[in-house]
Design a protein around this ligand. Structure first.
Ligand code: HEC
Length: 135
């Protein structure tokens, strides 16, 4: 019985550590942005930017975050160039979302460049994350 409790305690502790690491990674990235002078972050501002269309001068086409991620974040998107399926961004249906700082940074950088035509500011990235983490 003692052994069983010990095992259960280990499992539960492991789970808690795992969960808090996951829950914390968006917040930790946002607090990095705050250190850079950004914040407070607004989900509404993030949503507005998420839906906004930016003209790509080269192709003459409009681009937005929805171009690849789709209008409904609880459903899969489709990459505009490669046609590859992109798993839903909403954490309510995809618990693997927004769990890794390195991954978020990489894609925010790349996707801002492609969509907006420049890198996003710390404020803009924080707002995007504020919007996305509520989905
Ligand atoms: C050209 C297609 C494309 C566009 C447009 C695009 N994304 Fe993405 N995005 C991707 C791909 C591909 C990934 C990485 C694959 C994956 O996460 O399934 C990704 C991943 C992400 C992630 C990482 C999610 C996580 O779980 O950590 C974030 C955040 C993100 N995108 C935000 C944005 C924002 C904000 C915009 C608009 C400025 C945007 N994306 C526009 C293709 C795109």
């Amino acid at each position: 019985m003692k052994k069983f409790f010990l095992m259960m305690t280990t499992v539960v502790c492991g789970l808690i550590i795992n969960l808090s690491a996951n829950a914390g990674s968006v917040e930790s990235l946002q607090s990095d942005y705050q250190v850079q002078g950004a914040g407070p972050f607004s989900a509404a501002a993030g949503e507005t930017m998420w839906q906004k269309e930016y003209l790509d001068e080269k192709s003459g086409k409009q681009r937005s975050c929805q171009t690849c991620h789709g209008k409904d974040l609880t459903r899969s998107g489709k990459h505009a160039r490669t046609g590859k399926v992109i798993e839903p961004l909403a954490r309510s249906v995809n618990s693997e979302r927004l769990t890794e700082v390195k991954f978020m940074k990489k894609w925010l950088k790349r996707n801002c460049k492609w969509t907006v035509g420049r890198e996003c500011s710390a404020q803009e990235k924080g707002d995007f994350l504020e919007y996305l983490k509520g989905q």
